[in-house]
Design a protein around this ligand. Structure first.
Ligand SMILES: [Mg+2]
Length: 145
């Protein structure tokens, strides 16, 4: 196999274009509504979850998994990513910029000095200078990361 699949460092922009070309060539744009893409994404998250279902906790790197299992995992992770990229594109959201912005917001929500080594949600972080409602109003977020 040659082409984009053999390259390292593929960008979200390249994946976005690939998905747009893929859909256009098949006349599938008419099916790619935000709702349909979201439901397809959720379905793929389910397929990804099935891979881990009933296995219990598994060690990082999946050292005991067969190559076929890792290949399958890579395929399902890719399905999730590709639908996410396509959904973002169809909704007019620059996913790369949105993700970088979200990391910045999370850094504000979870300051290293208060959160290092803790798994507490930001609403349970105590500080003497900022209240939880101030944190929420400052970063505009109201849920989990
Ligand atoms: Mg799949």
């Amino acid at each position: 196999m040659t082409g984009i699949s053999q390259r390292e460092g593929v960008t979200l922009e390249e994946l976005k274009k690939k998905m747009a070309d893929f859909a256009r060539e098949r006349d599938w744009d008419k099916f790619h509504s935000p709702r349909n893409l979201l439901l397809a994404l959720v379905g793929e998250v389910g397929e990804l979850s099935e891979i881990f279902q009933w296995k219990g906790e598994v060690p990082k790197g999946l050292p005991d998994w067969k190559e076929e299992e890792k290949d399958h995992l890579g395929e399902e992770l890719s399905d999730v990513l590709l639908y996410l990229v396509r959904l973002s594109d169809i909704c007019g959201v620059d996913l790369g910029k949105a993700a970088l912005r979200k990391v910045e917001l999370n850094a504000i929500k979870y300051p290293v000095g208060l959160c290092k080594g803790s798994s507490k949600k930001y609403t349970h972080i105590t500080t003497t200078t900022t209240t939880d409602s101030e944190v929420q109003s400052n970063n505009g977020c109201s849920g989990n990361v």
